[in-house]
Design a protein around this ligand. Structure first.
Ligand code: WTA
Length: 659
């Protein structure tokens, strides 16, 4: 929580432009307050009204919230609906049928557009094909695909049949993939031959093959492969099918399978404080309600908008703000296959200009890297592009530092676009604390105020409210429809992680530290647990440690985060080998080997930026590794803390010498 002083002294407030306020879906502070107060006054009435107005139910619900088995809350439980119907079929009759749903921009700059009518037909054909293979409601699928129209089709087709999908980010290794296949009990996998990013092809199907070969995946009977590149990939006759063959000859319509509102739409794995990633289980009704509502509120989505979220469908942002939210509200959106720096650092700005994007949503890490790139190559500075179509820009995934905020606001938003700095998590399903473009005065670095219906607060370790300005734990005091339902297969861990007894078991504990200023604005200070945020991706330090100690050379490892200009945090690993501490030349070799090892065990995003070798790690007399001290050492700062409880204080000096 070290950045606290610098952000709390930031005093500038940027008011939303009057024209934007006038037309906004939530227009002005009074309108926001009225909604917030409605939720306070009549909590269930508020959510019930919105759920009826926003979604189409095949069977209306009679009860809004069931708290009888808290914290396993149930929303709209006796209601039935189909998520894919609400994202696609509804647009066939409301005037959106021939509206472009997705503008796909490939890595090499080709554009493909699909209308709602075409997307509906594709999803139906693919769903019919999956059904013909014998898959049905209650089954689980793994989706391991690149950014593509096909990934959206795959997710929507599963939703149409009541099949619970679990998307695995294409950057995860075969090992991570295998763990997720096993944990979720998938009976089929949808993947691609290869993905294309930054002018390079990266194999996906071979990783699936490797994952299955690791064992435990016997339930997987079919692997469906989207042919992206036509590259040569391993093939198992009888088990593997091309996606286009599965769709081939299938009818353009497919009866949506109606499911209960609580039916699990998806399970998405995310890092927690212990080694094993958690399968965050989301609902159908409550989740979709929030995906659609936050599109209207946070992004102020309008029929004429061209919306672009740069996230990958492998993360929650890609679920809620690509596959589900934008389609639920009938938006036109850009889906981008590539990376921000290919063929040059102007790629994002060029895409905005080319498709006249009006809403742009990205991560601080991308902004920070593009600031550097724009300084290095002025030709690709956002000022060189026509970004005048933009009206709202957003940020997600990690705190945005005020410097990056101001650059984004000035150079991308042209000082006229509000920045919606959206705080939320895989577990929350959608935005929780965020400015509203037609409401909120902005302070750089603050995610400002909670959305209507979200009772966010800051408490101390006993669960008591803290005074404004006194940081503490960020909690949400009342349930909300899009919240995590449980951890797949581990309800006890769900309770312990998010509704800990120490806080009275009643509040959702987000795992972030936060502060509120005199205006009640929230400032997120970063994780309070052993979770790092590297380039906006969550990474458990224990996960990286387990990967390191699995290497035959490694005896012990401790992993901490260190602030990084571009990636927010960087992974620093302290390693004790089973043999003597290596000399400098050897250390470089072994560090390289270990970094590649971690990439194989988890994925390239988890590679330590730096590895330091020691004879030992700093430990208390009871053998506990002092990560707190290692964080100081990793930053290259002098230790000012009391180290008298350490078994081996001298080790700090050894580890302090950078590689
Ligand atoms: C962090 C991503 C500050 C936070 C949607 C949270 C943020 C974690 C913000 C969730 C923000 C996300 N300001 N911090 N606007 N948005 N975070 O599950 O630490 O990948 O707990 O969800 O990212 O990451 P996750």
């Amino acid at each position: 929580m070290s950045t606290i002083d610098s952000v709390l002294t930031e005093t500038r407030v940027f008011q939303p432009p009057a024209e934007l306020v006038k037309q906004a879906n939530i227009s002005g502070m009074a309108a926001y307050k009225a909604l917030y107060e409605e939720a306070e006054r009549d909590f269930e009435g508020f959510w019930g009204r919105l759920a009826r107005e926003t979604l189409q139910w095949s069977k209306p619900f009679t009860k809004v919230l069931d708290e009888s088995n808290a914290p396993f809350y149930k929303w709209f439980e006796d209601g039935e609906l189909n998520v894919s119907y609400n994202c696609l079929d509804v647009h066939l009759t409301n005037g959106n049928a021939d509206k472009v749903a997705i503008i796909f921009e490939s890595d090499d700059g080709k554009t493909t557009k699909v209308t709602y009518r075409e997307l509906h037909a594709r999803v139906c054909r693919f769903a019919n094909g999956i059904k013909a293979l014998g898959y049905k409601k209650g089954d689980r699928s793994i989706i391991y695909m690149p950014m593509s129209i096909e990934a959206v089709v795959a997710m929507q087709a599963c939703a149409r049949l009541g099949i619970t999908h679990s998307v695995v980010f294409g950057g995860f290794s075969a090992k991570s993939l295998q763990e997720r296949i096993v944990d979720v009990g998938a009976s089929f996998i949808i993947t691609a031959d290869e993905q294309v990013r930054g002018g390079r092809t990266i194999p996906l199907k071979p990783a699936v093959e490797e994952a299955i070969a690791m064992g435990g995946c016997e339930a997987v009977k079919k692997v469906i492969v989207y042919r992206r590149t036509g590259g040569n990939v391993p093939w198992v006759e009888g088990r593997d099918l091309w996606m286009h063959d599965v769709e081939q000859g299938q009818p353009d319509t497919c009866e949506p399978v109606q499911v209960g509102a609580e039916h699990p739409l998806f399970v998405l794995y995310t890092s927690g404080s212990t080694g094993k990633p958690k399968g965050v289980q989301h609902s159908s009704g409550g989740y979709l309600l929030w995906a659609a509502l936050t599109m209207k509120w946070t992004f102020d989505i309008k029929p004429t908008d061209v919306y672009w979220c740069t996230a990958d469908v492998g993360w929650v942002t890609g679920h809620t703000y690509i596959t589900y939210g934008p389609l639920a509200v009938g938006a036109t959106q850009i889906v981008f296959e590539g990376v921000p720096t290919y063929p040059n650092a102007g790629r994002f700005w060029e895409i905005i200009q080319k498709h006249k994007a009006t809403i742009f949503y990205t991560a601080p890490t991308a902004i920070r890297s593009l600031i550097k790139a724009a300084e290095a190559s002025p030709d690709h500075h956002p000022k060189k592009y026509d970004l005048s179509s933009l009206r709202i820009i957003g940020s997600v995934g990690e705190p945005i530092n005020p410097e990056a905020w101001v650059w984004y606001y000035t150079n991308v938003g042209g000082e006229r676009c509000p920045i919606v700095d959206t705080w939320w998590q895989t577990e929350t399903g959608g935005h929780m604390i965020t400015p509203l473009p037609g409401v909120t005065g902005l302070k750089p670095g603050s995610c400002t105020l909670p959305l209507p219906g979200i009772f966010a607060a800051i408490v101390d370790e006993t669960g008591a409210d803290v005074e404004l300005g006194k940081g503490g734990f960020l909690v949400v005091k009342r349930p909300w429809p899009a919240m995590i339902r449980t951890i797949w297969g581990d309800p006890e861990r769900f309770k312990k992680s998010y509704y800990p007894e120490e806080l009275g078991g009643k509040y959702y504990l987000a795992g972030d530290g936060a502060n509120r200023d005199a205006d009640g604005y929230f400032w997120i200070m970063g994780r309070i647990d052993d979770v790092l945020n590297v380039s906006g991706h969550r990474l458990g330090t224990m996960e990286v440690e387990s990967a390191l100690v699995a290497h035959p050379l490694v005896a012990e490892a401790a992993v901490v985060g260190r602030p990084d200009d571009v990636t927010g945090e960087a992974v620093v690993a302290f390693v004790v080998l089973k043999r003597a501490r290596p000399d400098d030349a050897e250390a470089a070799e072994i560090a390289k080997e270990l970094r590649n090892w971690v990439a194989k065990e988890i994925g390239p995003i988890a590679k330590p930026k730096e590895i330091r070798f020691g004879d030992n790690l700093p430990k208390t007399r009871s053998g506990k590794i002092m990560r707190r001290l290692l964080r100081v050492v990793a930053k290259g700062e002098a230790i000012t803390q009391d180290v008298s409880t350490l078994e081996n204080p001298a080790i700090l000096e050894q580890l302090g010498k950078a590689l």
